[in-house]
Design a protein around this ligand. Structure first.
Ligand SMILES: Cc1ncc(COP(=O)(O)O)c(C=O)c1O
Length: 366
């Protein structure tokens, strides 16, 4: 890249990255982008989305922001507590004459109800877009995520399964949509100095594409490491009442990027946030997700007051879900230690609660 002195603007690495991702997914078009948020904004615009779009609230804030940033109102829909993904039955009930699309999110890389959502979208004349930020290298009925709906959007942020520092991509089998997205992500340039449409800057740089290509070469090792970790956690956590590791469909391709547990505080007698405090105190960087839920963040809370009452499963998940460290830098011994901490905390729940209460009081009086 440095030798070629070609650092961005559709360089060779970006072109190769697009070719390789497209071939791996078996999709006709892959358009590399600077990140998934901008990719979502551009795709929403290229699809002509407006007015209301149905989305889950149990997602990263970018899914909702990408719409609102384009002047589109996100309409939050509840999820199926078994899959953590959009509940199609609830989607149908939210469709109004103002609805233009449904955005499904493949949370944790587990494909959402693609067939049911496609059927609803087709029958009700709506566009269907997927936020596939978590879904790279995952499949549904043997077909890779990236091929469904009008388009799918991937994230290649440093925290994602495939890391391009910052990066994203739109994939589609629709030639016209691909052409519009390509135009829009490059200021509307159709040639050297010919601008034919309004556009923005969604381009991926060469350094990100080079990083992404390097990661692609190691993808199988990442899956193996994640799968091993996931199974080790499943086994260790199986002994702790009230902690349940979510399941992946092992018949499909899966990136196993997230180790997700649901905390049933009736059994643990400790809240998810108590366990989080214990883990953080032991330098274990567990995270709650997608806390507090998009609908409870400031912008959406004021636009849609009281919408939480229609999202009982989302609200419950936002209070129960915890992700645990995984990836190639985590060893079996780390997993044993982390599970040991959780087990001790649950076994000594009353004591832990008393300690946390004392710390809260101390913190409040300092
Ligand atoms: C579900 C989901 N959608 C969208 C995004 C945004 O991705 P990016 O950081 O590439 O803009 C993320 C990133 O964390 C995400 O988890």
């Amino acid at each position: 890249m440095l030798d070629r002195r070609w650092l961005t603007n559709n360089g060779q690495y970006v072109q190769e990255f697009e070719r390789r991702i497209g071939a791996f997914l078996g999709v006709k078009h892959c358009i590399a982008m600077c990140n998934a948020t901008v990719a979502m904004e551009i795709t929403a615009r290229a699809l002509g989305l407006r007015e209301e779009v149905i989305v889950p609230s149990f997602t990263f804030i970018a899914t909702a922001h990408a719409l609102l940033w384009q002047g589109i109102a996100p309409v939050f829909c509840d999820v199926d507590p078994a899959t953590h993904n959009l509940d199609p039955a609830k989607v149908e009930a939210l469709i109004t004459p103002r609805t233009t699309a449904i955005v499904g999110v493949h949370v944790w890389g587990r494909p959402c109800a693609i067939e049911e959502l496609s059927e609803i979208a087709q029958r009700r004349g709506l566009k269907l877009l997927f936020d596939a930020a978590h879904g790279f290298a995952c499949s549904r009925n043997g077909r890779m995520i990236g091929n469904f709906g009008a388009a799918e959007v991937f994230s290649f942020h440093a925290t994602k399964f495939l890391n391009a520092f910052e990066g994203g991509a739109v994939t589609t089998n629709d030639d016209d949509l691909a052409a519009r997205v390509r135009l829009m992500k490059n200021f509307g340039f159709a040639g050297y100095d010919t601008v034919i449409d309004i556009g923005t800057n969604g381009k991926m740089s060469e350094v990100s594409a080079a990083m992404g290509l390097t990661e692609l070469e190691q993808m199988d090792e990442f899956v193996d490491a994640n799968r091993l970790n996931y199974r080790a956690y499943q086994q260790c956590l199986g002994h702790i009442p009230g902690l349940r590791c979510i399941a992946y469909n092992e018949q499909e391709r899966c990136n196993y990027q997230y180790v997700v547990i649901e905390v049933d505080d009736d059994q643990t007698r400790l809240a998810r946030d108590d366990l989080l405090q214990v883990l953080h105190a032991e330098n274990v960087f567990a995270r709650r997700y997608f806390y507090p839920g998009c609908h409870r963040t400031k912008p959406y809370r004021s636009i849609l007051p009281g919408v939480g009452r229609q999202l009982p499963h989302t609200e419950r998940l936002c209070e129960r879900v915890l992700t645990l460290p995984t990836g190639t830098s985590i060893q079996g011994t780390d997993i044993e230690r982390i599970c040991g901490i959780l087990q001790t905390a649950v076994e000594h729940g009353d004591e832990v609660r008393r300690c946390i209460a004392r710390r809260d009081v101390a913190g409040a009086t300092e």
